[in-house]
Design a binder for this molecule. Sequence first.
Ligand SMILES: *[C@@H]1O[C@H](CO)[C@@H](O)[C@H](O)[C@H]1NC(C)=O
Ligand SMILES: *[C@@H]1O[C@H](CO)[C@@H](O)[C@H](O)[C@H]1NC(C)=O
Ligand SMILES: *[C@@H]1O[C@H](CO)[C@@H](O)[C@H](O)[C@H]1NC(C)=O
Ligand SMILES: *[C@@H]1O[C@H](CO)[C@@H](O)[C@H](O)[C@H]1NC(C)=O
Ligand SMILES: *[C@@H]1O[C@H](CO)[C@@H](O)[C@H](O)[C@H]1NC(C)=O
Ligand SMILES: *[C@@H]1O[C@H](CO)[C@@H](O)[C@H](O)[C@H]1NC(C)=O
Ligand SMILES: *[C@@H]1O[C@H](CO)[C@@H](O)[C@H](O)[C@H]1NC(C)=O
Ligand SMILES: *[C@@H]1O[C@H](CO)[C@@H](O)[C@H](O)[C@H]1NC(C)=O
Ligand SMILES: *[C@@H]1O[C@H](CO)[C@@H](O)[C@H](O)[C@H]1NC(C)=O
Ligand SMILES: *[C@@H]1O[C@H](CO)[C@@H](O)[C@H](O)[C@H]1NC(C)=O
Ligand SMILES: *[C@@H]1O[C@H](CO)[C@@H](O)[C@H](O)[C@H]1NC(C)=O
Length: 464
Amino acid sequence: MLLSTAFVATALSYLASAAPVRRSLWTTQTCTGDSSGDIAMGADIPTVMYSYLTSSIKSEQYFTGSGNDSSINYKSLCTSQNDTSVIVVSEGASLTLNNVNLLKYGYTSDLNQASFYGVNAILNVANDSSLTAHHVNMTAHNGAAGIYSYGTGTVVTASHSSFYATGPVSHGLYASGNGTINATNFYCETYGYRSSCYSGDGPAGYLTVKDSEAFTYGHGSAVMYTLGQSYLENVHGYADLSPWTFMDGNQEIIATGSDLEGGYLAGVVLFSSGDYANCKMNATNSILRVHGSNAAAIAVGGTGATIGLESVIIQSESGLLLASNTSTIPQSFLEWSSPEDAGKDIDPAGALVTITKSIINGDIVAINGSTIDWNLQEHSAWTGAAVLDNIVATGAIGVYLDATSSWTLTADATLQNFTVANNELINIESNGFSIYYNSSAAANSWLNGATKALSGGGSLAPMS
Ligand SMILES: *[C@@H]1O[C@H](CO)[C@@H](O)[C@H](O)[C@H]1NC(C)=O
Ligand SMILES: *[C@@H]1O[C@H](CO)[C@@H](O)[C@H](O)[C@H]1NC(C)=O
Ligand SMILES: *[C@@H]1O[C@H](CO)[C@@H](O)[C@H](O)[C@H]1NC(C)=O
Ligand SMILES: *[C@@H]1O[C@H](CO)[C@@H](O)[C@H](O)[C@H]1NC(C)=O
Ligand SMILES: *[C@@H]1O[C@H](CO)[C@@H](O)[C@H](O)[C@H]1NC(C)=O
Ligand SMILES: *[C@@H]1O[C@H](CO)[C@@H](O)[C@H](O)[C@H]1NC(C)=O
Ligand SMILES: *[C@@H]1O[C@H](CO)[C@@H](O)[C@H](O)[C@H]1NC(C)=O
Ligand SMILES: *[C@@H]1O[C@H](CO)[C@@H](O)[C@H](O)[C@H]1NC(C)=O
Ligand SMILES: *[C@@H]1O[C@H](CO)[C@@H](O)[C@H](O)[C@H]1NC(C)=O
Ligand SMILES: *[C@@H]1O[C@H](CO)[C@@H](O)[C@H](O)[C@H]1NC(C)=O
Ligand SMILES: *[C@@H]1O[C@H](CO)[C@@H](O)[C@H](O)[C@H]1NC(C)=O
């Protein structure tokens, strides 16, 4: 697999601050392998799941034991073996890499072992160990993670480094088992299925990524797959066939100063593969984009979600900002599942969204019993429709405006709760549409069942 010229050019610009290198000082190991067809490879999800490591970890180089404080400089290292890492750092060891190229061919024979213990990752840093990587280029074929950080106390710091992967399930920076990864100036490009540039895994991974770029081209391949806590600052991320983030369960993502785009299913997918959870998302000073004719900028399925959007721009090709739905995402990451498809009960979703200092256009839709609370604050202006999409159950939407925020309607709306600062309707532009409210709801008691005229010809009236 040849690296694309665009990748080389951008990777070079990331590495531009490297000290001049005298080629003669590099020690180069060579490996051969076959990467033909690996971009199209699927992922074999094992049917038997072991909650322990089933065989000992294999690696070309091993650094282990506390007090084992080593470094590698100006070397190219590789492996062509399956289920084998290039470097493992474990049991309290500490390793520093400076100007190192790492190449890996070789498959993983058990995806769960790769996901939960880092088997087959290029770099596996585990069990209270640490890695500092500067100017490290990683290339993975056939399906392998880049840097895997595992276990409480394990910390990886990476800068001016890159990851390029063609096979499936190849996450660039992958923190699991409470491991931490902090990266800056990290360039990532993945082509395979389920290959997120950054990913957490059970029970939690802690990822902080700054001043970086991430591009993914496969299905199920997010910029950041959040399982644990994710923090993105000044990240340009683009996911071609995936949301830019998937979040499963009680997780948290914060993005600031970033430009993030996804497509397929939604721009952001917040769901729960287990019970109803409460996840958190906050985007500040960022641009959130979504492509795809049915994709919402943010979709919440079968979970509670508290979402804060401050000084954001949202660009949605479909015109959908938010969908709150009684649905989940199966392990294929290719579709939404209904309770019947998933073979289990799924709770309606509850999305609590607070928008501050933002001008946003587009629709919100509460589907099949799900709810949305939509709060506009601090000079926010929303133009769009609040839509109830009933399949079996009736959902509910609440809209709240402070005195500095406005709503321009693009369709009639039926609201469970509707409150405005000072009980004044001056910041509503109806465009001839009406708002029908539930006069039995406590939040609407200020209206006393009355019908009021709205600017633009519509009215605010009790629902029949
Ligand atoms: C890192 O990868 C790029 C792209 O292949 C290459 O041009 C550059 O020389 C590599 N860096 C080092 C330090 O070898
Ligand atoms: C680090 O661990 C490796 C593998 O156990 C060993 O070969 C090496 O000698 C150790 N280095 C130090 C400095 O302890
Ligand atoms: C690695 O696994 C692949 C796919 O199972 C297999 O075709 C190949 O022979 C294996 N390579 C080695 C070196 O064992
Ligand atoms: C981490 O610790 C577990 C539990 O002791 C062990 O099974 C595993 O081999 C260790 N991982 C590495 C990479 O050494
Ligand atoms: C992760 O943290 C939990 C809670 O503290 C702990 O029970 C678990 O052993 C940790 N896992 C690892 C692999 O360190
Ligand atoms: C990693 O980033 C987190 C969050 O910014 C920070 O609290 C932590 O100190 C950083 N760790 C290292 C080793 O840089
Ligand atoms: C989002 O994060 C910013 C920065 O941390 C904070 O100021 C803001 O209050 C948060 N917004 C919400 C709605 O949580
Ligand atoms: C709508 O919700 C009901 C009740 O939970 C569920 O049985 C049905 O599958 C849902 N329909 C869809 C299309 O999700
Ligand atoms: C809502 O979820 C159902 C499955 O439960 C799915 O078929 C439908 O496409 C979802 N709607 C949206 C707008 O995401
Ligand atoms: C309406 O307001 C009540 C409390 O005032 C709250 O419990 C409920 O979640 C709100 N529902 C919606 C859809 O806004
Ligand atoms: C109106 O609000 C009341 C009180 O919350 C609730 O019981 C009822 O189901 C709501 N009606 C509709 C049509 O949603």
